[in-house]
Design a protein around this ligand. Structure first.
Ligand code: FPP
Ligand code: MG
Length: 265
């Protein structure tokens, strides 16, 4: 028993060292400024592993935490995650309330003292139509946003309940109102961009969008943000199983692209 524990301790230590080494090697190259995740495949993962759907989502949160840790260690300036689409309200009441309860619990956990957001100095923005969230979650969101408002090393956009079309509609609406009140007749792309909820706190341009679970769709996510140079990456791994070994080839591919661009100048 004692021997087994010692062996496990050694394996854990070696794994952590290898992980840190890999991250340090990657961090020496060009690093994307903004990475977004469409975290898909939680229910298929749950079904495959004979787990309840809510457990699939809870395991999905563990994967998200690991990705946030890896990205902020790499010095990515902004991470966005699609946690709940406005369309997801059409799912069963049981699943929706499990996801809302998970978000409430995990938001408080993430921004508690000494946890990930404080550790890396990350500001959290909950992005989407927050008025659709249950009242207790709205309070937890406000608390998390207020608690991390002064953090300025990086940004975490937790998108829920989000769709791009809603985000763009609101941005156009606000731009029109501003233009009317200021008497400025023209509305530019920059005006609309600056009103996008994902621009809050100065999110940099989206460099990489990753969708898991083998599905190749954008599902109304980051449509404005991914219209230019964004590298789209589709992984067949179900989200709860997505880890550093899945992220590394994506970052390497980005680095290859940046180096090729630099050489061709
Ligand atoms: C998509 O998989 C996943 C979601 C709709 C929920 C994603 C949420 C998490 C990973 C937890 C996030 C954390 C917080 C703070 C709420 P799916 O349900 O569409 O699965 P399927 O594609 O296999 O059906
Ligand atoms: Mg899905």
């Amino acid at each position: 028993m004692f021997l087994l524990r010692g062996w496990r301790w050694l394996v854990d230590k070696a794994t952590a060292k290898a992980r840190n080494l890999l991250i340090n090697v990657l961090a020496a190259g060009p690093i994307p400024r903004h990475v977004a995740f469409v975290m898909d495949g939680n229910r298929r993962y749950a079904r495959m592993n004979h787990k309840a759907v809510r457990q699939g989502h809870a395991d999905g949160f563990i994967a998200l935490r690991k990705m946030l840790d890896a990205c902020f260690r790499l010095n990515v300036k902004c991470v966005s995650a699609y946690a709940f689409s406005i369309e997801n309200f059409k799912r069963s009441e049981d699943e929706v309330s499990a996801l809302m309860a998970l978000a409430e619990e995990k938001l408080a956990e993430l921004c508690s003292h000494g946890d990930l957001l404080e550790q890396y100095g990350v500001r959290v923005n909950v992005v989407g139509d927050k008025s659709l969230l249950p009242e207790s979650l709205q309070k937890a969101v406000k608390k998390a946003e207020d608690m991390t408002r002064q953090n300025n090393n990086a940004i975490f956009n937790l998108c829920m309940p989000y769709t791009s079309r809603h985000e763009m509609t609101k941005a156009v609406e606000t731009s029109i109102q501003k233009s009317i009140s200021s008497g400025k007749e023209e509305i530019t792309e920059e005006d609309i961009y600056s009103q996008l909820m994902t621009s809050l706190g100065g999110s940099p341009p989206l460099d990489i969008l990753i969708r898991t679970s083998g599905v190749k769709r954008l599902s109304d996510y980051m449509l404005w943000q991914s219209c230019q140079d964004t590298q789209l990456q589709f992984s067949t791994t179900y989200w709860p199983k997505f880890g550093l070994l899945d992220l590394i080839p994506v970052i390497l591919d980005y680095q290859r692209k940046i180096w090729a661009q630099r050489l061709s100048v």
